[in-house]
Design a binder for this molecule. Structure first.
Ligand code: CDP
Length: 254
């Protein structure tokens, strides 16, 4: 791993040059950040859990016919992915009101929205990833009209699929964030799902108890962050091959 050329280091992942042109290796770190990296901690085992949970979800999403950057998992912390040009937008899909939408629109926390709502935010840490309208996306050419249409339709399909898969294991998918990229193939370019889908990028509440099983445990100092991620992995049937993994060792796991 150390011989690979590091191309980029983000808050939760490192990207290395891949073994073949057009591929990259994504390495999942244990770092957790929130509030624009003002809050930072290292949560032992988080990277391993997110690598596995994201693999599981991306594989199933690909099986539904939605193209993704995921090729295959390489080891506990790394996956091989297609290189893409990341579209500079975060696509957020919400089923239940919570977080920033409540502050912005004065909504009561925890209520089912009349229908799933898709929002776009500009990927810009300095500005705090502000919500933008399709009008801004078109005017500043952050994405083309077809790309916007594709991102919305793929996000709604992913929402239906993920809502079902989580409901089946007693988890409510409250909201989540997706990122998309452009994959170039000669003269052709297509929009594919990129980044990760994990408890870092989703809000997941236990259907019965309402317990938060996602990054809000870190944001709100609720404790038991990796235990909650491990609970999500366990319910999804991920990591059955690693029953004694050390990630379940830091604190109040059963
Ligand atoms: O309330 P807050 O500002 O944390 O975020 P939000 O806009 O309510 O977030 C909606 C969903 O997108 C949550 O599941 C967040 O975890 C996720 N999100 C993310 O993964 N990365 C971001 N930069 C922003 C939101």
């Amino acid at each position: 791993m150390s011989r690979r050329k590091k191309l980029y280091e983000g808050k939760a992942k490192i990207l290395y040059e891949g073994p073949e042109p057009g591929t990259l290796v994504a390495h999942f770190k244990d770092d957790a950040t929130a509030f624009n990296a003002e809050k930072h901690d290292v949560l032992e085992g988080k990277g391993v859990l997110n690598n596995r949970i994201s693999e599981f979800l991306m594989v199933h999403i690909a099986q539904m016919g939605i193209p993704t950057h995921f090729i295959r998992r390489l080891n506990m912390r790394e996956q091989l992915i297609h290189e893409v040009e990341i579209i500079p937008l975060e696509v957020i899909c919400r089923n239940i009101s919570t977080g920033s939408i409540c502050k912005r629109l004065g909504l009561t926390d925890g209520e089912r929205l009349p229908r799933p709502i898709v929002e776009f935010c500009l990927k810009n840490d300095e500005l705090g990833d502000p919500v933008v309208a399709e009008e801004h996306i078109a005017a500043f050419n952050w994405a083309g009209p077809q790309e916007v249409e594709d991102m919305i339709s793929m996000t709604l399909r992913v929402n239906d699929f993920l809502s079902g898969i989580f409901a089946a294991v007693g988890i409510r998918l409250v909201d989540f964030k997706l990122e998309f990229g452009r994959q170039y193939d000669g003269d052709m370019v297509r929009t594919i799902l990129a980044d990760e889908i994990s408890p870092d990028s989703c809000r997941l509440w236990d259907i019965v108890s309402g317990k938060k099983l996602d990054k809000d445990r870190f944001r709100k100092d609720l404790g038991g962050v990796t235990d909650a991620y491990a609970e999500v992995a366990r319910r999804l049937g991920v990591m059955k091959d690693q029953p004694n993994l050390k990630v379940i060792s830091n604190g109040d796991a059963e």
